[in-house]
Design a binder for this molecule. Structure first.
Ligand SMILES: Nc1ncnc2c1ncn2[C@@H]1O[C@H](COP(=O)(O)OP(=O)(O)OP(=O)(O)O)[C@@H](O)[C@H]1O
Length: 448
């Protein structure tokens, strides 16, 4: 078989004929589509019953079934594996829907996923409970997080933004209506900015207001100024901006009260104010103070953020907070604020405590996974939420220029929110690359 295999260059282009191993490593997606999928499909179909049996995923047949086998088919009474309802090949793996027999639960299948992965020779088997009595096995044929390619269908819509790829090959999305506030943690160079960059790229395409708070003098977020409704680049401006957001929240509650509804989305479209996503680049900058006189400002910021986190979901104001650590050492109010941020993404961390700060209150069993993220895989993270579910994700490599270009393209989507107008950042003209500037004429043009 290996004699018929392909040689592929780094970009995945076909350049010759050679060993399968090269194709498998250098163009895993193409290898999977041409060789891996049919081989795995065959292996799965031929060995399904035996594999489920040796993995302990079968049950004794019902009395009627045993009777039928013994008396009518005159055969041996076989243990019963989950019924295969559907098998579907995808560009990253194989999806199998199983109907569980009485006596098996999704946790039994999940506990055997490592054995199943080895039995069928796939990279990973993820077990997703679908409707009651059913599970979906999402097998991936190769490590999809090595070189991330987002599924083609993943596009921002409503308040749902695809940000990264999950280990099972599906898109990890930030759905603001399901999980209004989120926290992203990670050590230096772990990929936090890349995560925010992908998020901004998606959010920029939606009709909402983007508010940036980047107290590192705006070095990260000012590049996206064209699409920002407001930007604060120092703690004093951040305090004033948060006060304005709290006032905006109160005005919106007045509006809800006036129309007798309890949620922004119950208002008729023409009355509904635009949703606001507040992106805080480094939360510690808002908490830490250098002198006693900064204490009042800190108190103002923390109280404002806690009020927003507790109440603002109903009026369409959402928080997206980023930081290296977020524990009680930041001071009064830190853990209270953190408890409201129910979406969690933890990149590589320097110590176990940081992983615990991000994950132990929502999905404690994911802490070891966050502690073992290798340094040579920036962008890899553990994502969890208050439902207890968690998984590994990785952002696609996106350049600042790409995101800034999307921000410029969708600048017309900036909604009209007069309260934020004083904080609107100045948009600097895009620097023109030197190569595109025409050379200066060396001679004066001829006068006609
Ligand atoms: N998903 C990814 N795939 C490949 N490379 C990545 C990915 N995410 C981040 N990187 C690379 O890792 C490096 C650090 O990323 P990034 O700046 O996002 O980290 P950070 O956590 O924000 O760091 P810091 O806290 O120092 O600002 C960058 O060179 C970036 O290109």
């Amino acid at each position: 078989m290996s004699d018929l295999s392909l040689w592929l260059d780094g970009a995945g282009a076909l350049v010759g004929v050679g060993g399968l191993g090269v194709a498998k490593v250098r163009a895993p997606r193409l290898y999977w589509a041409t060789v891996g999928l049919p081989v795995t499909w065959g292996r799965f179909s031929l060995s399904y019953r035996a594999t489920m049996d040796v993995c302990g995923l079968t049950v004794q047949p019902s009395g009627l079934r045993a009777f039928m086998s013994r008396r009518i088919a005159r055969g041996e009474v076989q243990p019963v594996p989950p019924k295969i309802r559907r098998v579907r090949g995808t560009s990253t793996g194989l999806r199998v829907t199983l109907r569980l027999p009485a006596g098996l639960e999704p946790a039994d299948i999940a506990a055997a996923s490592e054995r199943l992965r080895h039995a069928w020779g796939v990279h990973a088997v993820h077990v997703i409970p679908s409707k009651p009595g059913h599970v979906e096995l999402r097998m991936t044929g190769y490590d999809v997080l090595r070189r991330v390619r987002m599924p083609k269908k993943a596009a921002p819509h409503d308040l749902v933004v695809p940000v990264a790829l999950r280990g099972d090959g599906t898109a990890y999305v930030r759905n603001y209506r399901e999980i209004p506030h989120a926290l992203t943690l990670g050590a230096n160079q772990s990929g936090k900015s890349m995560y925010q960059r992908n998020l901004i790229k998606g959010l920029a395409q939606l009709p909402l207001a983007l508010v940036g708070i980047d107290c590192k003098r705006g070095v990260e977020q000012s590049r996206y100024a064209a699409r920002l409704s407001a930007l604060a680049t120092n703690p004093d401006d951040a305090a004033s901006l948060i006060d304005v957001l709290v006032a905006e929240m109160e005005d919106r509650f007045d509006l809800l009260a006036k129309y007798g509804v309890s949620d922004l989305w119950e208002l008729p479209g023409h009355l509904r104010p635009a949703p606001v996503v507040v992106l805080v680049d480094e939360i510690a900058e808002l908490f830490l103070i250098s002198s006693k006189k900064d204490e009042d400002r800190r108190e103002r910021i923390v109280t404002g953020l806690i009020r927003l986190a507790q109440l603002s979901r109903a009026v369409g104001i959402y928080l997206e907070i980023c930081g290296q650590r977020f524990g009680s050492e930041l001071g009064k109010g830190a853990t209270m604020l953190r408890a409201q941020l129910t979406g969690r993404v933890v990149h590589r961390v320097n110590d176990k405590q940081t992983a615990e700060m991000g994950l132990s209150d929502v999905a404690p069993e994911s802490v070891p996974a966050a502690c073992t993220i290798p340094a040579d895989r920036p962008g890899l993270a553990v994502a969890a939420d208050a439902s207890g579910g968690w998984g590994r994700i990785r952002t696609p490599l996106t350049s600042v220029e790409e995101t800034a270009a999307v921000c410029r393209e969708f600048a017309h989507l900036i909604p009209d929110l007069p309260a934020l107008e004083p904080f609107r950042p100045v948009v600097r003209p895009v620097p023109v690359p030197a190569s595109s500037i025409p050379p200066m004429p060396t001679r004066a043009p001829a006068i006609p």
